[in-house]
Design a protein around this ligand. Sequence first.
Ligand code: GLN
Ligand code: ZN
Length: 758
Amino acid sequence: MTTLHNLGYPRIGDDRQLKRAIESYWKEQLSETQLLEVGKQIRQQNWQIQKDAGIELLPVGDFAWYDHILQLALTFNVIPERHRHSEPTTPLQQLFEMARGASRCCTNHAALEMTKWFDTNYHYLVPELSAEQTFTLQYSPLLEQIDEAKGLNVPIKAVLIGPLTFLYLGRLANGDKLNLLPALLAGYRQLFDAIAAKGVEWVQIDEPILTLELSEPWQEALASAYQHLAKSPVKLLLTSYFGDVTLSLEQIATWPIDGIHLDLVRGFEQLNQALQVWPKNKVLSCGVVDGRNVWRADMKKWISQLQPAQKKWGDQLWLAPSCSLLHCPVNIEREEHLDSELRSWLSFAKQKLSELVAIGHYVDGRADHCDSHWLAQSQQVVEARVQSPRVINSVIRKRVVSLTESAFTRQHSYAIRQKVQKEALNLPLLPTTTIGSFPQTRAIRQQRTALRQGQLSQADYDTFIASQIDEVITCQEQLGLDVLVHGEPERNDMVEYFAPLLNGVAQTQYGWVQSYGTRCVKPPIIFGDVSRPAPMTVRWSQYAQSRTTKPVKGMLTGPQTILGWSFVRSDLPRADVADQIALALRDEVSDLEQAGIHLIQIDEPALREGLPLRRSQWPEYLHRAVRSFRLTASVAQDTTQIHTHMCYSEFNDIIASIADMDADVITIETSRSAMKLLDAFELFDYPNEIGPGVYDIHSPVVPQPQWIEKLLTLASKKIPVERLWVNPDCGLKTRDWPETLASLQVMVDVARKLRKEF
Ligand code: GLN
Ligand code: ZN
């Protein structure tokens, strides 16, 4: 019989209990014992859900406080020097300190760096390794959780990130990380022994780096590590996901491991390879329902595609979702406000398990009436979706295919536009501006909640937003900024704001997904062709412009960023979806322009993070991403100045594409890099204007005038001063008003001073 298992379940709880509990603990409203109890309840609840769904091998160890990589670092005592201290702390205190930083004994113990988990929107904390690093097993919530799970009377499997992925993601200031591998493997062996001593047979060892293009030394290290680890008294299921395995399966088949998990959603061809080269006596785990997206599975297709595997592997065939369900929302049943048709198309973590189980039962020929119910629904949805008038908008489709090259190109080259814009805008040298948002105060959030809950009328809410804009405009005038913004008080989030305003995009109410730590996001769902029924941002930009004689910059979120931070339909290539979004935004650009807005910023912070995991796929991605940006922007007249903005990014390897976007001005986050990020622009002779961020908006500290002066002087050595702008690193929405005003005043004063000197 096929074994049905799961790689991981959302750890936030079905109602974001984990977030709330941890945040209460931070505020000292909850004791550590109480917090630990909440974790326990979530785990019990998750296991029960999985067991009830028919999962036969439950994951234990997928739960983590804050982040699973951080937890693993702590498991092996990988604690940077600055976070080691003499006072007794509990592991949990230690963990939160590493995650969030702390100030102790008058010094600042900065948090570990956070970065994106492969190509997902989950962020992990980067382990900091030292050349003398040891890996001793010191804290293992995994072992405790194994005990907790025993009462369930369902076989369990320990879940763990593998040593090569852990090392690969970690940071070592000097030296080769692979030198640390023997010591790390010793730590894993210790852990495996402890797992085996608890009577657990299987370990799911996640090595998502298997899907990357690895250099020879890393490939060799993988092979030798698993030779070594296989001597442990546990069985190893080597688990890959987010793509297909780049090493040959034939080669991996010679490693002494007991099974492999392949992500067939991202790499279906792997099944055929496995059929040829993967041994019959080793477990083959097929990842079949999509752990990264929200659509119901085409169960019939999977059932027939899995038949040959069932024949070959029989009892050694396992089925699971493609990857951990950490990346999808918890339960579609709660989304009662979504219309029933759309809801019927969707499947969140809980539903994915039922789909998986039904697929497995059919593959084995043990389906019951519950399975047939799922299969019938799946078939109905698959047919209904393709036929639904809601997913295809023939007007948009026609518009996309009839686009000609001119739609992707501004009227004139940058050199000409620059002259026209100089005349039209009449800005001083080193013009000052901000990135868009101003502090999102509690008052703003309260008004938004009141509107949503029906306690505030739309008219009263609008009056409130107008008053906020008035304030932001007045402040900017008093500060002496040159290009103003409306402050984005009407936007809860730069992507979520646009979802209800676009046809073909839906917004869930409870579809939370962990982004990092206690931060969860509710990505919009792009289900059909995207179009814009009416202007989306014109009203407030125009209002803001009416309150001042200074130019106000319009503010849009770019196509790659809307795409990257949403769940995207699976029946159309992503780049085509981006073009549809681009067309909607293009109309917005045009409307803003006609409403008297002469500068328009199109934010693309997600452009760089959207890069595929494999470098070989970068050129195609970048080509299409740049084109969709150009499609958005190129409708603008020469006199309209197009800005774009990107947050902390390495530009070295994508600078040609950045230049190709041909934005008149790009603002970037650079202050923490001491303008190092400008090197790429200098080296490339980037021709357009640049606003390198001159202060860090992640910190409440008001910058010293000397710092800003120094940064701008550095910048002027790399970029001609006529092409420099002066602005903060990013939007100000997470800041408070006092520091915002003080910081901007310093920034404006320094710009004024330097204007005279340069
Ligand atoms: N315009 C947005 C803001 O200022 C940009 C945010 C971002 O780059 N993440 O908030
Ligand atoms: Zn930003």
